[in-house]
Design a protein around this ligand. Structure first.
Ligand SMILES: N[C@@H](CCC(=O)N[C@@H](CS)C(=O)NCC(=O)O)C(=O)O
Length: 226
């Protein structure tokens, strides 16, 4: 039941967004939650550290059960709330294999997006093109891999086929971060651009959209990645 669930989360955090998408898709909206401020280092508060010694979000509780790795939490949600809401992991083996493959594989896009973004955050006005260029090239190659998967699947596909799955919960936050940071997907990766629009319109994505994405305009840090 949603009332037994509690999530500590941060706005724009991809790992948190994965869990929030899965919660909405499983019909668990209305769960208890607390939005933490990274600026005020609330993720290192005693309240969170006693549940999660790494002092990170997501920090997730279901009753007395604590799961803090986003991947583990979403697999747990699908397994615990099977038969409710969207089926995030299909039972047919070929389909299941692809969903699990793409779910774990999406970490590549999340990592490459994160590396470039954190370089910008840490170095602000002191950007070294010799460092940034290879990070951008790596990210571009990675984006094109996902564009290729969608092209191969054909129009109107999610990332592991015709249905929304766990793989979309994991991939979508990284795709949305590309757009947030100024990548013009429609121009550079049109299948991914279409995918972004399709998932963005889902009630689960709208319900969990990062508040600060709504409150401030998109940025241009990644504008020349593609
Ligand atoms: N492995 C974790 C990573 C979570 C993570 O990196 N969270 C970030 C926010 S996106 C965080 O809390 N960073 C603060 C810190 O590491 O001190 C997961 O996927 O759940």
């Amino acid at each position: 039941m949603a009332s037994e669930i509690f999530l500590y989360w941060g706005s724009g955090s991809g790992p948190c967004w994965r869990v929030m998408l899965a919660l909405e898709e499983k019909g668990l909206s209305g769960y208890g939650n607390k939005l933490i401020s990274f600026d005020k280092t609330e993720h290192k508060s005693e309240e969170i550290l006693k549940l999660n010694p790494r002092g990170q979000v997501p920090t997730f509780k279901h009753g007395n059960i604590v799961i803090n790795e986003s991947m583990a939490a979403i697999v747990y949600l699908e397994d615990t709330f099977k038969g409710q809401g969207t089926e995030l992991i299909p039972s047919e083996p070929t389909k299941k294999a692809l969903v699990l493959q793409r779910t774990m594989e999406s970490n590549n896009l999340a990592e490459k997006t994160g590396k470039l973004l954190y370089y910008f955050f840490r170095n602000k006005d002191n950007i070294d093109e010799a460092v940034v260029s290879p990070l951008k090239a790596d990210l571009k190659d990675e984006v094109l891999i996902w564009e290729g998967y969608l092209k191969e699947l054909g129009g109107d596909s999610f990332i592991a086929g015709k249905d929304f799955t766990l793989a979309d919960c994991c991939l979508f936050p990284a795709v949305a971060m590309l757009v947030r940071q100024g990548v013009d997907l429609d121009k550079s990766a049109p299948n991914l651009g279409k995918y972004y629009k399709t998932v963005k319109d889902r009630p689960s994505a709208q319900a969990s959209w990062p508040p600060h994405f709504k409150e401030s305009p998109n940025q241009d840090r990644f504008k020349d990645v593609m």
